[in-house]
Design a protein around this ligand. Structure first.
Ligand SMILES: Nc1ncnc2c1ncn2[C@@H]1O[C@H](COP(=O)(O)OP(=O)(O)OP(=O)(O)O)[C@@H](O)[C@H]1O
Ligand SMILES: [Mg+2]
Ligand SMILES: [Mg+2]
Length: 493
């Protein structure tokens, strides 16, 4: 019975293209191999520049370790590859990684949109290689030669390591621990793919918008798998929703892990939904959840619970729980966030920066009694010449129906204009009625089959082509980017 229901869920996941094809997997593998070759060439070059003895130059090596959703084997075709560059004792982050390697990467064929993200906990380079987004942080070990499959849990590699490198290694450690702790890896992967799809469709995926990121969902999923080691996929889905619909937040969610110390830093439990990383020292996932996103996530957990109570039934209709969130039916008014720049190149960096400050805007709106639902979908206003990105956040009925949007904008501008290294773009906030929403932003008009709830812009340098709904031919449901050698299965993002 449950087997049948699980099978129909797996079929739906395949139909939605959640599992990359063997060709896509091959492409990703090739990209990682290419990266490994590049950083081997880099490390030899740096060794030579440092005038190391020939013997040492021959011996030295660096490697790439993948983590994130790709490392867990739960990536979709839109996911990035999170790839940690692990280098030897003489290759520094400031100079050799961010300057020498950056210069070697820049201008390479197939490599585009490279930029350095330095002022963050885990500094990294971000770029596209052969059409796939790469996050590349750096960790420096105190050894001359880093084996290709270096075991970074082995203390001999970790002695004397600097703090940034230690933090950069955290993603690898977390993935390793999750792999070790889940009772059935295949079930875990299927469940996590399914939950990420649900979260995207319901508008609760994405750490920047104050929702749940990939790592949060991975730990919540692993937790449910641990609690129900012998459950089928359909039972796991219904247990997932039951567990978190009824969870006594802010009690932290933590994996059962004999090796993990039980001490909890009380200062950390201030989060609305504390989710502990399965590694020591004890740490929680960084979270941007605010009062209103906390509320929305809980409502969606409850909805999922209500809809999956009898998920074991053989003819269970899985489509319901993945129904795109009907923003234009739920909200009468929206905050429109319009972000633009002089050219496509600048826009990528500028939008990324503005998005990294979204948490402030959410909190400010809550302060002025205008809580909202920050739909993570990102649109392009094609009627405007200048390169732009547009967001529509649903306004919840608050104490005041007319927030002073000018003062909110002023406060937000102060935050985004502070510390930005590139050339500042434009930012506008306004309130629009649901009737003023352009057709492309009316998510509930989009067919629920074969389309996605969120459309992200893939590549700011490429041409975007509007994709029309299969059922309502006049409605643009998203934009597809043209790409020399990439086929996009449906509206991108
Ligand atoms: N908020 C966070 N707290 C702790 N670690 C994080 C956080 N965000 C990201 N990371 C680390 O970086 C890794 C990659 O993050 P990323 O945003 O690429 O998500 P992902 O899980 O790979 O999902 P996606 O498929 O969307 O890329 C995570 O697996 C985690 O190890
Ligand atoms: Mg990722
Ligand atoms: Mg990433």
């Amino acid at each position: 019975m449950e087997g049948e229901s699980s099978l129909s869920l797996l079929q739906l996941m395949a139909k939605e293209g959640l599992v990359p094809s063997p060709e896509e997997e091959e492409r990703r593998k090739n990209v990682v191999e290419k990266l490994k070759k590049i950083i081997m060439a880099w490390v030899k070059k740096v060794a030579w520049q440092r005038r190391l003895p020939t013997k040492h130059i021959a011996e030295t090596s660096a490697t790439i370790l993948t983590y994130g959703s790709y490392g867990l084997g739960v990536h979709g075709s839109d996911s990035d590859i999170d790839a940690l560059c692990v280098g030897p004792v003489f290759a520094t982050m400031a100079e050799d990684f961010f300057i020498v390697l950056h210069n070697m990467l820049k201008g390479r064929e197939g490599l585009s949109e490279i930029h350095c993200v330095k002022d963050v906990k885990v500094p990294l380079m971000r770029f596209k290689l052969d059409g796939i987004s790469i996050d590349l942080p750096y960790a420096q070990l105190k050894v001359l030669s880093v084996p290709e499959d270096v075991d970074i849990l082995n203390p001999c590699f970790l002695s004397d390591i600097d703090e940034t490198s230690w933090k950069s290694l955290s993603g690898i450690r977390v993935n390793k621990r999750i792999h070790q702790l889940v009772p059935n890896l295949e079930n875990f992967q299927s469940l996590l793919r399914c939950i990420k799809f649900w979260a995207t469709r319901r508008g609760v995926y994405g750490n920047l918008n104050g929702f749940l990121g990939g790592v949060h969902l991975a730990i919540l999923t692993a937790f449910v798998c641990q609690c129900h080691p012998n459950a089928s996929l359909s039972a796991l889905v219904s247990n997932f929703f039951k567990t978190f619909a009824l969870w006594p937040w802010p009690t932290p969610v933590e994996l059962q892990d004999g090796a993990m110390p039980t001490t909890i830093n009380p200062a950390e439990t201030q989060f609305f939904m504390p989710i502990r990383l399965p590694c020591s020292p004890s740490e929680y996932c960084h979270s941007n959840i605010t009062r209103c996103t906390f509320y929305k996530i809980r409502v969606e957990f409850l909805r999922g619970h209500k809809l999956t109570k009898d998920a074991g039934r053989p003819n269970f209709d899985w489509e319901n729980i993945f129904e795109p969130f009907p923003y234009s039916k739920k909200y009468m008014r929206f905050i429109k966030i319009y972000v633009s720049a002089a050219n496509q190149d600048d826009l990528g960096d500028w939008v990324g920066w503005v998005k990294s400050r979204f948490r402030f805007l959410l909190i400010k709106l809550e302060e002025v009694q205008s809580p909202c639902d920050p739909n993570p979908a990102e649109y392009v206003d094609v009627d405007v010449e200048e390169p732009n990105a547009v967001f529509y956040w649903g306004l919840l009925p608050g104490k005041t129906n007319f927030p002073d949007i000018e003062s909110v904008k002023e406060a937000f501008w102060k935050v985004v204009s502070n510390g930005y290294q590139g050339s500042l773009g434009r930012l506008e906030l306004s309130i629009v009625q649901v009737s003023q929403l352009p057709n492309y932003a009316r998510l509930d008009n989009a067919s629920r089959k074969g389309t996605k709830a969120c459309w992200k812009i893939f590549d700011y340098n490429q041409q975007r082509i509007p994709i029309y709904s299969q059922h309502l031919p006049d409605y643009v449901v998203g934009y597809m980017t043209t790409n020399r050698d990439t086929k996009y299965p449906s509206a991108g993002g």
